[in-house]
Design a protein around this ligand. Structure first.
Ligand code: HEC
Length: 162
């Protein structure tokens, strides 16, 4: 059997495709590099001392909330790939703007009360952690007891501080 021999034209076409392919890879790599995470978003884990809640509540926050509601996001490998990076950065920023658990003590009482109420509502309605997050982090799903613990904490916090 004769091996197919590429004509000059075929070779040129193949070469063109290869150059285009290389070009895309380089642009993609550059985009990933330019949108990379800043060092401050990569510290390993929020330490318990920064979470000022009762121990059982700290534990629940650690398990289910800190990735988006503290600056200590554990970034998955795919989270470094453009354009996933941009999506995650946007999401984490939004989450932290709404509620930064590592800054609880810096919040004014009025804000704490409002956030405690929002936490009650969000977990009561099963809105947090968001479903899109749970698909890749099934271990972070809150169970019934944890939801009850959070609601109880929230109610206690509000009734003792209002
Ligand atoms: C995947 C990231 C992510 C995780 C994990 C997550 N959140 Fe959120 N959270 C967000 C984003 C984004 C917002 C702002 C947009 C919105 O309200 O959906 C938010 C908003 C909130 C708000 C404010 C809602 C409002 O009424 O404005 C509360 C309270 C909250 N989250 C609580 C929690 C709690 C408690 C947990 C853990 C049980 C948790 N979140 C886990 C991303 C997250």
């Amino acid at each position: 059997m004769k091996l197919p021999i590429l004509s000059k034209n075929d070779r040129l076409n193949l070469m063109k495709k290869f150059v285009i392919f290389l070009f895309i890879i380089i642009i993609w790599g550059l985009a990933s590099y330019l949108t990379r995470w800043s060092a401050s978003s990569v510290p390993p884990q929020v330490s318990n001392s920064e979470l000022v809640f009762p121990e059982n509540i700290n534990k629940i926050f650690q398990k289910s909330c800190i990735d988006c509601h503290t600056p200590y996001t554990k970034i998955p490998l795919y989270g470094h790939i453009f354009p996933v990076t941009l999506y995650l950065q946007d999401h984490v920023k939004e989450g932290q703007d709404e509620l930064n658990l590592a800054k609880w003590n810096e919040y004014k009482l009025k804000r704490q009360l409002k956030k405690a109420e929002e936490i009650f509502e969000e977990v009561n309605e099963g809105e947090m952690p968001p479903t899109s997050y749970l698909i890749l982090h099934p271990d972070s799903k809150l169970n019934v007891e944890e939801i009850e613990e959070l609601k109880l904490w929230s109610e206690n916090f509000i009734s003792t501080h209002e």
